[in-house]
Design a protein around this ligand. Structure first.
Ligand code: SAM
Length: 358
């Protein structure tokens, strides 16, 4: 039984950290919108076709109300003992300001690419053949695609601005289905793989619950893996590798759980299938897969227009296909049984268990 004082302290600490994060990133978004408005006024209408949708688009008020629900759920998870009061580990003020500078400095380049439709700048003689062609694109129109250190250091600010400071809270919803299968077990005897680990934010939260859990983080970007290594250096029992989701360098039936956050909407349909087949191969029978990614059409019908607009404004070549992909059916083809989906603001946690054959 938690005392009222302890409960109040937790709530105050949670509110103080999360509200200041939201204010910081909403502020960035506001400045970004004003800058782009000024550029549009200066340059006039461009030749680029305007993003359009006939589906419903939520108003900002609705988005913020739903975001508040996400934070309430996040706090409820803390109070239920599913995870501790989260530490976002955003770094010092100096680091935050440096990242803000990187973020704002790149906006004119993002704007130029969006207007010109240039999205293959990272497909060069130097990179060709070293990564799959689908990977060598300027996703989100960002400079360097996934390939540079600056991109890796800018990424978390970009994502938090996009989600108004809620990206980490969305990621933490992936911890709930992990807690279900890990609770009461010896963490040192378990194994978890995070695919497309990026800068390691989810792994950080996993380690805050299970510091001794052996974790492998896998990503196709040297720069993002290096950034994850820096971000996660406080934790032991970690192995970060540069590899493809579709050919995972781990033995069959070796993992108790796989997590994969914000990756599948960036993969071509064929690669999504290959990755699911690999997940099924490396999971132990009974092992759990947690896919956290964008909502799809119909999950939150009032958001459908926003989902349709997103890839028109950011370079997301595989997102339209992702929106209609039937993941439960696809996963079942590989012996991964769908357990449930839970919406988390603009994200969705999809849970699957590897079928145990008798
Ligand atoms: C949108 S980011 C998501 C990163 C992270 N999971 C997060 O929570 O923010 C996508 C990441 O997936 C990686 N990626 C893309 N295609 C991949 C593939 N085929 N195999 C492994 N990683 C891949 C990129 O390098 C990038 O770091």
């Amino acid at each position: 039984m938690v005392s009222p004082v302890a409960q109040l302290t937790t709530r105050l600490a949670y509110g103080a950290t999360q509200l200041s994060r939201v204010a910081w990133y909403v502020g960035h978004g506001e400045i970004m919108r004003r800058l782009s408005k000024r550029v549009r006024e200066r340059d006039g209408e461009t030749a680029r076709p305007k993003a359009r949708t006939d589906r419903p688009v939520p108003e900002r008020r609705r988005l913020f109300a739903d975001m508040a629900k996400l934070f309430q759920q996040d706090l409820a998870n803390v109070e239920a003992g599913i995870y501790p009061l989260p530490a976002d580990h955003d770094g010092s003020l100096f680091k935050l300001l440096r990242r803000s500078r990187l973020f704002f400095e790149d906006l004119p380049n993002v704007h130029r690419r969006r207007e010109s439709g240039e999205k293959r700048q990272v497909f060069t003689d130097e990179t060709r053949g070293k990564r799959p062609a689908y990977y060598l694109q300027n996703f989100h129109f960002q400079s360097g695609g996934w390939l540079t250190d600056d991109s890796a250091q800018r990424y978390d600010t970009q994502v938090e601005v996009l989600f108004n400071g809620s990206a980490n809270a969305i990621r933490r919803q992936a911890l709930v289905p992990l807690h279900e299968v890990f609770a009461g077990r010896d963490q040192r005897q378990l194994k978890l793989l995070d695919v497309g680990c990026g800068t390691g934010r989810l792994i950080d939260f996993i380690k805050q619950i299970w510091p001794r859990l052996p974790v492998v983080g896998l990503d196709l970007s040297d720069s993002y893996v290096a950034e994850a290594r820096r971000h996660l250096k406080r934790w032991g029992w970690l192995n970060l590798v540069v590899a493809k989701a579709e050919t995972i360098p781990l033995p069959d039936a070796s993992q108790d759980a796989i997590t994969c956050v914000f990756l599948f909407h960036e993969l071509p349909p064929k690669v999504r299938r290959q990755a699911l087949a690999e997940f099924a191969r490396v999971l132990r029978p009974g092992g759990r897969l947690v896919l956290l990614d964008s909502l799809q059409y119909g999950d939150e019908p009032d958001y459908d227009g926003m989902l349709e607009l997103f890839p028109q404004n950011f370079h997301e070549p595989y997102y339209a296909g992702y929106l209609t992909e039937d993941f439960p059916a696809l996963a079942m083809e590989h012996g991964l049984a769908h357990v449930r989906d839970v919406n988390a603001f603009t994200g969705k946690v999809m849970v699957f268990d590897k079928v145990e054959r008798s």
